[in-house]
Write a protein that binds this ligand. Sequence first.
Ligand code: HEC
Length: 126
Amino acid sequence: MKTSRLSAMVAPVCLLLLTACSETSHQPVIVIAGADPARGREAIVRYGCVACHAIPGIGNPGSNVGPPLRQFARRAYVGGVVPNMPTDLVAWLIDPPAIDPRTAMPNMGVTQADARDIAAYLYTLQ
Ligand code: HEC
């Protein structure tokens, strides 16, 4: 009796851990020289990106103003307008309206260094 109760409690916890791992701890698909996904995660929190986006590993999964960024490494285009490659992604993060004047994503004042770190984090989302 005791054992079965224990396993009933442990199973969901394992499932949660597995889910967390599958979304955040993969090696990045694209490596950006000198950029650090862990710093990128901090920058995403600091800039408040989750106010508009659901981002795996960061929280606020209910945000729906912008598209959810899950599996972002597999996305073909950024904002539907430029290829999802490091140079274009970093340029988007620094100034989205400069890439697409009609986009609803505002210029968040992201620095070049922060944009590179954020891109590194987003490329871990497979
Ligand atoms: C005020 C809401 C808002 C905030 C804050 C915001 N975004 Fe966005 N973001 C959007 C919207 C809306 C889009 C969709 C733009 C489009 O397709 O033109 C978008 C698109 C994107 C895309 C492209 C997604 C795709 O599938 O093509 C990325 C990457 C992104 N945002 C990252 C960020 C990051 C990182 C931050 C924080 C620095 C951030 N956003 C802050 C609203 C926001």
